[in-house]
Design a protein around this ligand. Structure first.
Ligand code: FES
Length: 124
């Protein structure tokens, strides 16, 4: 049985600019919302590679969310991995780090804009 949506405010809609991310602690979870050309998306904020909080320096580039630490990128639509730990500036270092963890998708949540706020449903 599906749980009823439980919408929680993350930030004002006006504060989430195009191709930007915002993060916030919601209950016991750190979540991230992002606005891309394809819409607004919400996910767990911690990178699946080594748990960097991606609202600290994360960027939307070419429609993907990029972690600033080792450059792992995710597709916002479903959280799937686009590229796993390439660490562009030090490719050998990135390949080594990439092997420490198996690539895995970001946990995604439903988001909406409501009453001027971006809200996330942690039950989704
Ligand atoms: S912690 Fe995000 S790419 Fe390594």
């Amino acid at each position: 049985m599906d749980k009823a949506p439980k919408w929680k405010r993350v930030c004002k809609s006006s504060k989430l600019k195009m191709n930007k991310v915002k993060g916030k602690a919601v209950g016991t979870k750190m979540v991230l919302v992002m606005r891309t050309e394809d819409g607004i998306f919400g996910s767990n904020a911690l990178c699946r590679h080594m748990a960097w909080p991606m609202h600290w320096g994360g960027k939307i580039k070419d429609g993907c969310l990029r972690c600033p630490l080792h450059q792992t990128t995710y597709h916002p639509g479903d959280g799937s991995v686009n590229e796993w730990s390439p660490a562009h500036y030090f490719p050998a270092y990135g390949r080594f780090l990439g092997k420490l963890r198996t690539p895995s998708s970001l946990k995604m949540y439903d988001v909406r804009e409501h009453d001027g706020y971006v809200e996330i449903d942690l039950n989704s």
